[in-house]
Design a protein around this ligand. Structure first.
Ligand code: WTA
Length: 658
């Protein structure tokens, strides 16, 4: 962080949101029935947790099943944490067995709807049986506690079954978003030295299908650690099954026993890896462990979504992202909730698919991303208004700042002016929600995630680490360890320490800029590093750059973002070609396809500009600030005194007039 290109960014973006003054207290009808029903109750919890964090977290942890109690709540050897050390538990046991041993045995755990409208319902009892069977499959295949297993499939219940089966036997799951390309799988499998890939033959998307198995075949040519691939039949793709390596899911399940005891694992046993973009180099394998993650994923879900047994909760995130892990799988199932899972695209067959689902299934809680809301606004109000959404009682957003206009639309058209909205700020690294309204207590304001959860100590600080005044833009930090924090970057403690704990000594640095307003509410101003949020998905501009440079025609590339009405940010690539190549429409198209192939379609630049040279400082650093200005306004206002060759800017500008 603190690179020249980010200097000053926080204070510049403050003015845009300072004017927001609307405030929405939670409706009395909601508050009176909620877990946290007043600000007094929230303040008390917050103060108690701050005064004695061990007691606060210890009491929450006590609500779970532990095979053996912990010796200490937290051992903090900065920046390395051990939560509930000495304790033994199993998160799959807490998601399943606990409920199967209660009246919830026959309660729906997952209600699933396929893109074509087909439905499946898995009760807790049935999910428990399927997970146990698949856990036996993993054991038969030689998977041992601590082994890494990659999972690459679309949004079908078996994805949840695979995840929970890994947790049951102590294998470390690494879910890879099914929109990623072969190269991304190879990179993740090799970094984690995974032994197995669990995939589907294909996945449905907008009436068609994508062949996933072929992508896996291509990816594992270069992954010596992979011993087996288990393939679930979903779309009947034409695929090749390789003898010895590939096995059908249904064949193996046919052989496996129904019962599989959950392995008693140390609280700090690794639970999963999830790769996410950083500001430099390759994606980081964020490592989460068992006990602490369980405690915060579950308790944050309970309080933020005010979950009740009668609810049907619909989260639109893909399980390939952290939101899917914490708030489609673990958080809801740990609470014995009913989760609604949808396989496909929000606009298939048309733009009212979500509203139609909410109406038919009587969804009560709906959690989605601002980028989706903006796309719905553009599609037109009539798609929403023609459906009866009265079953809804609570709405949520995640992934990026929500602009007040989108918030107001969500409030009016989806929430019918009666549902509180929880704008939840968190990260892959935090494992669970850190900043969010308590829906029955916190008065909300459009555009802010409001205040941190009890036990979570966030602050906005200056470069020197001192706290900012109200309304002064600064850097968002977390001042104390929390149970679901990442434990390290897989295999790279040094990078972990450097990325998160070196910028502000003694504090976790989030990479986000923010300010606190007069009420102490936190307004996120976006990333201050070279990570960009595109449609709620986190991308490192350097990853896109290296994908571009790996194309034979490209000499150098710089990727920056510019604001975009729907996606939040759009990617603009400045590309310098090697001699002998012509920057034309055909090459532009080829480069877009190349990036899609290297990383995935979400990383495709929205615009490619040809550059004779890239603006650099005298020390050779690309001046992204200038490129950002050029990309969004075609003007350079800032200081260019460190620019090595002012001519390159002129050249880039000229291109605009072509
Ligand atoms: C951004 C997603 C504003 C932020 C759970 C963060 C948000 C990054 C919000 C993490 C929000 C997430 N308001 N910004 N409510 N939620 N962000 O790891 O920049 O995919 O650092 O985790 O998304 O993205 P990630």
């Amino acid at each position: 962080m603190a690179t020249e290109q980010t200097t000053g960014q926080p204070s510049e973006s403050i003015s845009s949101v300072l004017s927001e003054r609307r405030k929405f207290p939670p409706p009395e009808a909601f508050s009176s029935k909620s877990h946290i029903s007043s600000m007094e109750q929230y303040e008390k919890l917050y103060a108690d947790a701050a005064a004695d964090p061990d007691k606060y977290w210890g009491e929450l942890a006590g609500q779970f099943h532990w095979f053996k109690p912990w010796d200490s709540v937290l051992e903090w050897n900065a920046p390395f944490a051990k939560w509930f050390n000495g304790g033994k538990t199993n998160i799959s046991y807490n998601c399943l067995d606990v409920h199967v041993n209660s009246w919830r045995k026959n309660k729906a755990a997952i209600i699933w709807e396929g893109e074509e409208g087909n439905e499946r319902i898995l009760t807790y009892g049935e999910l428990h049986r399927q997970v146990s069977k698949f856990a036996n499959v993993l054991k038969i295949a030689g998977i041992k506690p601590g082994d890494r297993v990659a999972i690459y499939m679309g949004m079908v219940p078996e994805l949840i079954i695979a995840v929970l089966a890994c947790a049951r036997v102590g294998a470390v799951h690494n879910v890879i978003f099914a929109g990623f390309a072969a190269h991304a799988i190879t990179e993740r499998v090799n970094d984690s030295r995974a032994k197995m890939v669990i995939c589907a033959d294909g996945t449905r998307r907008r009436g068609g299908s994508i062949n996933l198995k072929n992508i896996v075949d291509e990816a594992i040519v270069n992954t010596p650690s992979i011993r087996n691939v288990i393939v679930l039949k979903v779309t009947n793709e034409k695929i090749t099954m390789h003898d010895g390596m590939d096995h059908w899911w249904h064949d193996l399940m046919g052989l496996a026993e129904d019962e599989c005891e959950a392995v008693q694992l140390d609280s700090e046993h690794p639970l999963f890896l999830l790769y996410t973009s950083g500001s430099t180099g390759k994606p980081k394998g964020i490592l989460h462990t068992t006990g602490g993650y369980m405690v915060h994923a579950a308790s944050s879900f309970k309080y933020v979504f005010d979950i009740k047994d009668e609810d049907i909760y619909f989260c639109t995130a893909d399980i390939g992202w952290i939101t899917g892990h914490s708030y489609m799988v673990y958080g809801p199932l740990l609470n014995g909730a009913t989760v609604f899972m949808y396989e496909g695209a929000p606009n298939y067959p048309q733009w009212d698919r979500f509203w139609d689902i909410i109406n038919r299934h009587k969804i009560t809680i709906f959690y989605t991303a601002p980028t989706a809301i903006r796309a719905f606004i553009r599609a037109g109000n009539e798609w929403v208004t023609k459906h009866d959404l009265r079953s809804l009682r609570l709405l949520g957003t995640v992934g990026e700042p929500i602009n007040p206009e989108a918030w107001m639309w969500y409030h009016k058209y989806v929430g019918q002016e009666k549902c509180p909205i929880v704008d939840t700020w968190w990260q892959t690294e935090t494992g669970g929600i850190m900043v969010s309204p308590m829906p029955g207590a916190t008065p909300t304001k459009p555009g802010t995630a409001t205040r941190s959860l009890p036990g979570i100590m966030v602050d906005v600080v200056r470069k020197d680490g001192t706290a900012c005044e109200a309304n002064e833009g600064g850097y968002l930090v977390i001042k104390q360890p929390w149970p679901s924090m990442l434990r390290t970057i897989y295999g790279d403690d040094e990078r972990y320490e450097k990325t998160y704990w070196s910028e502000f000594p003694g504090m976790y640095f989030t990479g986000d800029g923010a300010r606190k307003d007069d009420d102490g509410y936190i307004w996120i101003m976006g990333r201050v590093d070279d990570v960009v949020n595109v449609s709620g998905h986190r991308l490192g501009t350097s990853e896109v750059e290296s994908a571009l440079v790996s194309h034979e025609a490209v000499a150098e590339a710089a990727v920056v973002s510019r604001p975009d009405d729907i996606k939040g940010n759009a990617l603009v690539a400045f590309v310098t070609l090697k001699d002998g190549y012509e920057g034309d429409a055909k090459l532009r198209d080829a480069l877009g396809k190349h990036v899609a192939k290297e990383i995935g379609a979400i990383a495709k630049p929205d615009e490619i500009k040809w550059a004779k040279g890239l603006p650099k400082t005298r020390s050779g650093k690309i001046m992204r600030r200038l490129l950002r200005e050029l990309a969004s306004s075609n003007e350079i206002k800032g200081d260019v005194t460190t620019l090595e060759d002012i001519g390159v800017i002129e050249n880039l500008r000229e291109q605009e007039d072509e």
